[in-house]
Design a protein around this ligand. Sequence first.
Ligand code: GUN
Length: 280
Amino acid sequence: MKLIDGKAIAAEVRSEVKLRAAAFEAASGKKPGLAVVLIGSDPASSVYVRNKINACEEAGIRSFCYRLPEDTAEEEAEELIGRLAASADVHGILVQLPLPAHLKEEKLLAKIPVSKDVDGFSAENIGRLARGERAAVACTPLGVMELLKRSGVDPSGKHAVVIGRSNIVGKPMALLLLNADATVTVCHSRTRGLAAICREADILVSAVGKPAFVTADMVKEGAVVIDVGINRTEGKIVGDVAFGEVAPKASLITPVPGGVGPMTVAMLLRNTMDAAERCL
Ligand code: GUN
């Protein structure tokens, strides 16, 4: 078993972005810019947003952070996105999810121009991804692909099993693996015979959000196991994978924390850099 060091790989990606950000600034006279909008006071979201802002700073990306109260009116949120959409200093716009219940995610996100959609959540970008065209892609699944690539895992011809079908992780993950020529199975809460399907996986990606969901009996000897879960239990952060029993069977496995998590932020910086360079 070998551990995939997400922290180290994320640092590599971030230092590559930093070089590109400096070159961008030399060419254009300004820094690449990312606007982050956080509405409400979800504690996990606050931590994620702070990490994103700090990572921008370190990479030479200018960040614009907007923290709005829980009861922000829809028109007010839309007006802010509209202003950011029009700003020449802002190359990427990220609206942190989940939104407060009274705000409609689809309606608000639709105000982000496709060219500034660094989360890859827009219908246009998901459509491009599905067609195998160049697209901005959601940061977490993109981070998983980068971990595989830099760990020497080529998905071509392999059976990849994705557990979870969210728009943010499961669906784009499946599309990315398919585009990389894997044979892809997507499992979810209604899947019958989940364990047997997972046992067929050469690459198993879990994005469920339940501690110890993936147990040793669900994993083939020598499989690559990617744990996307971030679960808080008794003040500790754990993934979806029962790491202690699964790790000995896996050829490669991501830890939590220190696996996929740091990659999400690194890929956000890279998506922002891509968006900025398209403006040159
Ligand atoms: N909430 C959890 N993950 C993400 C993400 O990747 N992007 C945004 N915007 N919100 C999230």
